[in-house]
Design a protein around this ligand. Structure first.
Ligand code: ZN
Length: 271
């Protein structure tokens, strides 16, 4: 950041946490982008918002201003991203939500990012399980609150499936297969792909275990989103008007809704 005037609010520690895995070239791109934005607004110092935009650009490609997004797409995306955000927020050990947006970038119409608490490399079973739940948050929100589902969840579903498959076939994390790892990983330096190396029966069992895991996670996601319906509505409404919500703004919504307890909590009903 030498020769780049940063505003006082810019904390290198926070920046480091927001840019895990960035190469020096990525960091340079990110800061150049931030400097451009500051210059465009004729500001002398680079703010955290400029840098956040730089981070987004490095991660996702530039904003697609020219892309025509219909109101329907926007609504679906807002509900979808709110679903991810609420799932991430509600999971006990998931990394905190950092940024939610319905501004299209690259191939996606929106995105929700979490902020890793630390740089740990290992993932526990519980964390992988929570990752699947957060990935399913978008699809589940569409199904529950739009009454229809879209192709927008395609990438989430592929990632959730491959995570579930790895848990079952590589990490010995399924009950039915126990410690047996029916897959082997190919050359890590080539594609790092894994290949199933087992009988047809085991292969069928793997499929059933993956399905079972995904179904369990789906149901868990449903419960989380249903329990936090109000927060989800609030986030999606806010996204439709403002397009982007930061992690701090999300926590402000949460704290505001905690400050005024919901009616059903004060007057118990019997059904
Ligand atoms: Zn998604």
């Amino acid at each position: 950041s030498r020769n780049k005037p940063l505003a006082d609010e810019v904390d290198p520690k926070v920046l480091a946490r927001r840019t895990p895995g960035f190469t020096p070239a990525d960091i340079e791109n990110m800061l150049n982008e931030a400097a451009l934005l500051a210059a465009r607004d004729k500001r002398v110092k680079i703010t955290m918002i400029d840098i956040q935009e730089g981070i987004n650009k490095v991660l996702m490609g530039p904003k697609k201003k020219s892309r025509l997004v219909t109101e329907d797409d926007k609504k679906i995306t807002a509900i979808h991203e709110a679903g991810h955000a609420v799932a991430m927020y509600s999971l006990p050990t998931h990394d905190p939500v950092r940024h939610i947006t319905i501004i299209p970038r690259g191939q996606s119409l929106g995105s929700t990012w979490s902020l890793p608490r630390d740089d740990s490399f290992n993932m526990t079973r519980n964390q992988m399980y929570e990752e699947i739940v957060s990935l399913l948050g978008g699809r589940v929100a569409e199904a529950l609150f739009l009454g229809d589902i879209s192709t927008g969840a395609s990438n989430d579903i592929q990632r959730a499936t491959s995570l579930a498959r790895n848990m079952v076939t590589l990490y010995g994390m399924s009950e039915a297969l126990g410690l047996m790892a029916p897959a082997t990983v190919g050359n890590q330096y080539l594609d790092g792909q894994s290949y199933l190396d087992c009988s047809q029966e085991t292969s069928a069992l793997v499929d059933r275990e993956v399905q079972k895991l995904l179904n369990t996670c789906y149901n868990e996601t449903k419960t989380l989103l249903t329990d936090n319906r109000e927060l989800l509505d609030e986030i999606s409404a806010h996204l439709l008007t403002k397009e982007t919500i930061t992690g701090d703004e999300l926590m402000a919504f949460v704290n505001a809704s905690k400050a005024q307890p919901a009616a059903e909590e004060t007057t118990p009903t019997e059904e």
